[in-house]
Design a protein around this ligand. Structure first.
Ligand code: NAI
Length: 246
């Protein structure tokens, strides 16, 4: 029970890494806010958490909408009275070479992966600073650190998230709020379903541990960073990628 009675908001908590993290946090005693625009799978995740005997609510949120982000935090405070953990996990890809990335693809990815992180964190940190404690965890990517062919927009957002993480760690640390990021390698989820098997096979081959990641690999990293065991970890970008560089 490493998160007993902690209130955790997970954006993109309806699927993939976010869902796995929500289920793990619930096992460790957290109360969950599943914030996602996928109502069907968001509701299913909440049902599964409740079936484990833990507490969870679903909030329909588009993280790129500032009003939705405010409503998400208001729901958490209304339901549970506080916000201890925010995981900015919602994210999308709209891949293409630079020459084939149109403005709409660029804008969509920036709006969700970067502005979404800004919106949700700006809504949540006043509550955390008032409490004198809180943890913000951001989903970066191995791609933020090394770049990736066909991911101009995505790499820009994830590198931006690294910059936000380090800046907010400095701004909010004195108020008792820690801010860290996780940089996953290639993790088997709906997001990587779109990547051709040949490319995924090559990524596994390039990974010193010779496999792709699982959602549980990332959920475990979030659990550590969210817990008091990481109470002196601030401004870090934790690579969870099997040692992959490219
Ligand atoms: P996923 O596609 O399985 O799940 C993403 C979730 O975000 C979905 O539930 C989706 O409904 C939600 N979402 C998307 N746009 C949203 C919006 N505007 N508002 C609210 N919710 C929204 O993706 P996955 O693989 O679980 O990725 C989670 C995070 O981890 C993302 O930020 C992704 O960029 C990052 N990541 C994933 C990697 C991978 O290999 N799967 C590698 C590196 C980073």
């Amino acid at each position: 029970m490493r998160l007993q009675d902690k209130v955790a908001i997970i954006t993109g908590g309806a699927n993939g890494i976010g869902r796995e993290t929500a289920l793990l946090f619930a096992k460790h005693g957290a109360k969950l806010i599943i914030a996602d625009f996928d109502e069907t799978n968001g509701g299913a995740t909440v049902d599964e958490i409740r079936a484990q005997g833990a507490e969870a609510v679903f909030v329909k949120v588009d993280v790129s909408n500032q009003d939705d982000a405010v409503c998400m935090v208001e729901t958490a405070v209304g339901q549970y009275g506080r916000v201890d953990i925010l995981i900015n996990n919602a994210g999308i890809t709209r891949d293409g070479f630079l020459t084939k990335t149109d403005k709409a693809m660029w804008d969509q990815v920036i709006a969700i992966n970067l502005t979404g992180v800004f919106n949700c964190t700006q809504a949540a940190v006043p509550v955390m600073m008032e409490q004198g404690s809180g943890v913000v965890l951001n989903a970066a990517s191995v791609v933020a650190l090394y770049g990736n062919i066909g991911q101009t927009n995505y790499a820009a957002t994830k590198a931006g998230v690294v910059g936000l993480t380090k800046t907010w760690a400095k701004e909010m640390g004195p108020k008792g709020v820690r801010v860290n990021a996780v940089a996953p390698g290639f993790i088997v989820t709906a997001m990587t379903d779109k990547v051709p098997d040949k490319v995924l096979g090559a990524m596994a081959e390039k990974t010193p541990l010779r496999r792709l990641g699982q959602s549980a690999d990332i959920a475990n990293a979030y659990l550590f960073l969210a817990s008091d065991e990481a109470s002196f970890v601030n401004g870090a970008v934790l690579s969870v990628d099997g040692g992959l560089t490219f």
